[in-house]
Design a protein around this ligand. Structure first.
Ligand code: S3P
Length: 165
């Protein structure tokens, strides 16, 4: 059994994923970290040296691998559901939970960690809000293919468990 947490950067996939996995006694896997280990490079390095398209291919390959793991909660990268057949793979091999956090909250969380995220590096608060809104519009149709949607600024693992059970 696999649970995939999907949603925008800063929606809390990693933090919630860890908590959820420990409650379910599942393993926790962060797809970005898995990718960095597999290719011996950080994500910013891959974006810089090889470009986004190369990163997306690697991300897809990693997703295919982890979709065969048992009893795992996977925190995916924010863009993962929006490329190739990734959403089909996740829906076929597990339950997808979309963490739907509003863009103002995302922007304030991301202001603190934007240096590690190549897509938003160097943006001012206003630029960031605008970027999030525009990208959310494109990504939402993919995210909404999840089995469950949980929203709010304070999503708890219990809330997700209730839905899944
Ligand atoms: C990305 C999100 C990142 C990472 C990469 C691209 C995106 O993951 O995969 O920088 O396209 O939204 P997080 O959502 O964990 O920040």
């Amino acid at each position: 059994m696999r649970i995939y947490l999907i949603g925008y950067m800063g929606s809390g996939k990693t933090t919630l994923g860890r908590e959820l996995a420990s409650k379910l006694r599942f393993s926790f896997l962060d797809l970005d970290k898995y990718l960095e280990k597999k290719y011996f490079k950080t994500i910013p390095q891959i974006f810089e040296e090889e470009g986004e398209a190369a990163f997306r291919l690697k991300e897809q390959a990693c997703l295919h691998e982890v979709s065969e793991f048992e009893d795992v909660v996977v925190a995916t990268g924010g863009g993962a559901p929006c490329f190739f057949d990734n959403m089909d793979v996740m829906n076929r091999t597990g339950y997808c939970v979309f963490l739907d956090v509003d863009s103002e909250e995302l922007a304030s969380r991301l202001m603190e960690s934007k240096t590690e995220r190549p897509l938003i590096k160097g943006k001012s608060p206003d630029e960031l809000m605008d970027f999030i809104d525009k990208m959310m519009e494109k990504r939402r149709p993919y995210y909404e293919r999840a089995s469950y949607i949980v929203s709010g600024t304070n999503i708890t693992p219990e809330e997700i468990l209730v839905r899944i059970e």
